[in-house]
Design a protein around this ligand. Structure first.
Ligand SMILES: [Zn+2]
Length: 421
């Protein structure tokens, strides 16, 4: 009897852990899309979170754009009242966030595929397996996260003298589609029978970092699906206690801070740190990229969600443009054309300071401005806001396909443009 009881208890514990009992739930939480027209409204809008518990999903840039905001049932009426008082127009784009999250199925035990989202150890096991199976892959732990998790890289090289393309994934924890897409691309480069894919894998070296933010990613699986930053206590606190994390795509040292920086609250989801290069994950990434000889890496692509953009340098200004901006625009256009051909998804391209908002510290700006890599970009994957950060898992494969198609034409155009010469 005792043995049976222990067995039942162990089984219950196992079941409970599979269900992640501590993960925050969002039953009846709504997502509002608020259209902030002018800077006066923006100033007030920024203050709402001081007295209502809300979660703004976008970094606050300028006025004249919309912001998606998650609000729990307790605060919805008050939030709507505040927007009404400020004369901020809004739509409710998600009625029940939990229902949406439930569509992003995670099968903790399923082997690696691109039908469902996977936890970190499944992704890493798959990476290790590929490395064991193919001797043209060189795999490395390039450093460790704050909580001590390895940050892994895969370098694919089948031919001496190739130039390299860097692909970076999941620097923002909640953007699960990023690492899903990066591993999809890597899998295509390794295992696809498609001739063009095989040619890409033959004629170029690929340096892939599928998971730059393992701590944040694990945290999004176990505790808080909406987490963006890493998990280092950042030295500040607010009414709910110590604040954690740095937005690592604002931590790179190129024109860091300055215009559009606008950090008022270090507990914000887009806090870029007290100084650039403060995060060990970022230092590991930089040291790794620095370990290659100058001129070897010719393109650097950072995958993010969402909005369907190819964002080019610069981020820190919208009046100054990179010397080869027109060339980068042509290459970005090629990506957009290739991607659209697959399923009709439209990607918009241009300098991030223009298309998004002026902000510094992103990987692509560092890769371009500091490392002199002649084509760099941030690719914001699907979608344009229907599911936003919570793209259902049944879209992973389609995203993989369209991005791979985009990549093929991007590389072809970059070759035409002499990027790899
Ligand atoms: Zn991102």
């Amino acid at each position: 009897m005792k043995v049976l009881l222990v067995f039942v208890l162990i089984s219950l514990a196992a079941l409970a852990s599979a269900r992640k009992p501590f993960a925050a739930r969002y039953d009846n939480f709504k997502v509002y899309r608020a259209f902030v027209e002018d800077s006066e409204q923006l100033e007030e809008f920024k203050k709402i979170h001081h007295h209502l518990q809300i979660h703004i999903l976008h970094e606050i840039g300028g006025p004249n754009r919309s912001y998606d905001v998650i609000v729990g049932p307790l605060f919805q009426r008050a939030f709507e009242q505040v927007l009404h008082d400020l004369q901020v127009q809004y739509d409710i784009i998600v009625e029940d966030l939990q229902a949406l999250l439930d569509e992003s199925s995670v099968d903790e035990d399923a082997p690696m595929d691109w039908e469902t989202y996977h936890p970190l150890d499944v992704i890493y096991d798959w990476v290790d397996e590929q490395c064991d199976q193919h001797d043209y892959l060189e795999c490395q732990v390039i450093g460790h996260s704050y909580e001590g998790r390895p940050i892994k890289s895969v370098k694919l090289s089948k031919r001496e003298g190739n130039k390299a393309i860097v692909i970076e994934g999941n620097i923002h924890a909640m953007e699960w589609i990023s690492s899903a897409t990066v591993t999809y691309i890597l899998n295509q480069l390794i295992n696809s029978e498609d001739e063009e894919m095989q040619r890409l894998s033959e004629e170029f070296d690929w340096i892939v970092m599928p998971m730059v933010n393992p701590d944040g990613f694990v945290y999004t699986h176990d505790v808080e699906r909406l987490w963006r930053k890493n998990r280092r206590p950042n030295g500040y606190s607010n009414s709910s206690g110590p604040c954690y994390g740095i937005d690592m795509n604002r931590n790179f040292d190129y024109h860091w801070s300055g215009a559009g920086w606008g950090i008022e609250d270090p507990c914000d989801h887009w806090f870029g740190g007290d100084e650039p290069n403060s995060e060990r994950e970022i230092l590991a990434l930089q040291e790794f990229v620095n370990s290659f000889e100058d001129g070897y890496i010719r393109a650097y692509l950072a995958f993010h969600a969402y909005g369907q953009y190819v964002l080019l340098p610069y981020g820190h200004t919208n009046t100054e443009f990179p010397p080869n901006y027109d060339q980068m625009m042509r290459i970005a256009a090629a990506f957009a054309d290739g991607a659209e051909d697959a399923f009709g998804s439209v990607f918009t391209y241009g300098a991030s300071g223009l298309l998004n908002y002026v902000v510094s510290g992103a990987a692509k700006d560092w890769a371009y401005g500091v490392k002199d890599i002649p084509f760099t970009c941030t690719v914001e994957l699907r979608d344009k806001g229907t599911f936003g950060f919570f793209l259902p898992s049944n879209q992973i494969t389609e995203v993989g396909v369209e991005v791979t198609e985009g990549l093929k034409s991007l590389v072809a155009k970059a070759v035409d443009e002499g990027i790899f010469d």
